[in-house]
Design a protein around this ligand. Sequence first.
Ligand code: ZN
Length: 622
Amino acid sequence: MQYSQTLLDDIRAAVDIVDLVSRFVNLRKAGSHWKGLCPFHAEKTPSFTVNPQKGIFHCFGCGVGGDAFGFVMRQDRLSFPEAVRALAKSVGIALPEERGAQSGDSGREELLRVMDLAGRFYADTLWKPAGERARAYLGERGIDIGIARHFGLGYAPEGWESLLTFMKTEKVPEEALIATGLAVARENRAGAYDRFRGRLLFPIRDLQGRVVAFGGRGFGDEQPKYLNSPETPLYTKGNLLYAADLARPAIQSQNRALLVEGYVDCIMAHQHGFTGTVAALGTAFTPAQLALLRRYCDEVVTFFDADAAGQKAAARAEELLEPTGRGMAWAVNRSGAFEGAGALRVKVALLPAGHDPDTFLRTVGREAFTERIAAARSILSYSLDRALTDPDGATGPRARTTAFARVALLLAKVADGDEAAALSREAAAKLGVDPTQLWIEAQRLQSSLRTPPAQSQPSPPASMPSVERDLVALLLYSAEARGALLGLLGESDELGHASLRAIVDALKHRPDATAESLMPDLPTDEARSVLSSLLVEDRESVDARVSIGQFQRRLERSQRLRRAREVSQAIADVQAKTGVAAPMHAELRTLHKESAVVYEITGGVAQSLEHGTSASPRSSDE
Ligand SMILES: [Zn+2]
């Protein structure tokens, strides 16, 4: 099964490589990277690096590296297609073979196009006369026109076939509309009807900003109040966060995300300048959603109404701390000790009873909201309070022993060292016990949760000429370099190193690909490792233009030298075949003409070679 680049890119974008690797390696954050002990060779100081932005790993000790696919292949000893299937499944992306034979992988791109068209249709309708009711609703909710446009809000007009009719003019088949969940097939007769009718629509986009689903709000007594797209090949519930595409830059620069529940909460937060806000698209935050946030920040602040806070926080904390089948090691690092973690910190900001971020921002205001965020407390601290309290209100020595056990178990699951230490001090004081005692018990529990990492033999890194390495790095980082140099690189001898050659070959096939998306194009593990080593370097491109010029001259020269060698060899071959005295064949005449170039080169006219000889014949048999 050949998988398309779009599909592989989508899977790669959806997989959190830090989470994936954390199931086997105890990772610690180091700047924009994560570091840990290499699972593929024995070492005492961490040289295994994960770069979440690029989605790659690399070990400076044994030289192995790759992307998420490569990690799974190596760790679980899977073939490439098996790794693709495993990861696609883990992030809820449907593969073409699972979607039935008739809709191929190209179906995914078609579905994205349909969603894009629908997004535009609905957004246009909102600002037309038909959208009056929806615009009035925006006014009631205090949503500015500018922010409504920024979020691409739309209006699904009344009537059963508004979207269907529009899509007919765009030549979109009905099946595609049904597959995206925009239309519903009729039960008793042929045909379909619009799913969204007379509703304000919130487009839900993936991290690449592509519309993959809609949430629709009714204005009156329509049931349900919120109607969402069903799960489709593009959209899996619980895997995305609303506005993640818009909020990502602010989340990264502030190293913090604000997590709210509703669409309007989220929009209102953006409108008040809290642009690092996302919404959970449902009542519960899923571990997958938090894992997604962990790629971009260290801290998440969520908001609870004061009345419900304790209970909700405890419930959430339990969800988040329980390792699931998908290995949510972001919260619980099962392979390591307390000290080795860098988990996402989840905090709770309390709002007065009866408030949500939307009402609070509109009635109390931006500054008070900022204060609430600043005063946010760890979700675990709320959870701890509950663990300390006997559910039946019992007190006395027995109740204290159970509370001790509950707290120790909670602490055992906390991966963040500082957080765990602070919590154990807090709990020990409240329980009237020695913090060390609590700590020892927690560690004992934690080691029983731990799984040992796999070990295997490393292969020694192959030595590589630094000029070649620099050239390939330049090609990976600079589109301009690709344009100028790829054509000059022949099939054979400019690059002596097989893996570098493989990377260049992959680039030749897909010169527009991002460097990290070339991983699956590479034929060997070694080549993938070399690519990851070039990607983790974070090269400041010194002056690409100067380097490009230098390599250009160098490659042109070596191209001519190679051609010259070929021509002399060909002349020698022909002479050997025909005898020196034989008449001049046309072939030989051509070769002699070309040998003028040979002469020029061997005569060392370097200066003239760096210009003008583009007229030199390029062989047709190359
Ligand atoms: Zn290693």
